[in-house]
Design a protein around this ligand. Structure first.
Ligand SMILES: N[C@@H](CCC(=O)N[C@@H](CS)C(=O)NCC(=O)O)C(=O)O
Length: 199
């Protein structure tokens, strides 16, 4: 299988890149600098219709959405054990966490970042930043309780769901300082060899 990942450091392409390293797969990495409008070229928009990263080319066929790419790759290589098997009782919980990251935590965390760090200063709205910070804190406070006494989201077993989540937690080190369980969890994940290789 020939795999080409289109990505850029410090973007959501870190999710599939981290996973590719965990899986020990060979892949070609093509940098698309979205901050220099490289995503918007006619050529790249044939790869990713929205001009975003990541996109993964699999034997000439391209898919996008970091979550979908991670989900698909994980299931292609079940022997690597990064997801419980379909008939494993833990599988339902794994699916829950795979969707939790982009659906529940990502919107407030991303809007908080947008209105504090990403948008030009004159486009930032303090009320939006404040509301999303509050929502992120609320979301993480509950998660902090749920992760107590656990090494990973599924307990002892590291899975792709941890990649989906940890990537987001790395966005908000200022908020994470309040939550010791999440702080330690992030340290553990960030120290993994595969993450160290791509960060
Ligand atoms: N839901 C998509 C979001 C992709 C996305 O927003 N990527 C950002 C980088 S983190 C991007 O390429 N932004 C440039 C743009 O939207 O023009 C995913 O998870 O893959």
């Amino acid at each position: 299988m020939k795999l080409t990942l289109y990505g850029l450091k410090k973007t959501r392409s870190m999710r599939p890149q981290w996973l590719l390293e965990e899986l020990g797969l060979d892949y070609t990495y093509i940098e698309i600098d979205i901050f220099k409008s490289e995503g918007m070229t006619k050529k790249y928009r044939k790869i990713h219709p929205y001009g975003q990263v990541p996109a993964l080319e699999i034997d000439g066929k391209v898919i996008f959405e970091s979550g979908a790419i991670c989900h698909w790759l994980t299931d292609q290589f079940p022997q690597q054990g990064l997801a419980p098997a379909l008939d494993d009782p833990l599988r339902a919980e794994y699916e829950q966490w795979m969707f939790y990251a982009p659906a529940t935590l990502e919107p407030p965390a991303f809007n908080y970042l947008l209105h504090t760090r990403i948008l030009p200063e004159d486009k930032r709205v303090k009320a939006i930043a404040d509301w999303n910070k509050k929502q992120t804190i609320y979301t993480l406070k509950i998660l902090n309780g749920l992760l107590k006494d656990k090494q990973y989201l599924l307990g002892e077993q590291f899975s792709t769901a941890d990649i989906m989540l940890a990537y987001l937690l790395f966005w908000v080190p200022d908020i994470l300082q309040r939550f010791s369980v999440l702080h330690d969890y992030c340290q553990r994940l960030g120290n993994r060899e595969a993450y160290q290789k791509i960060k």
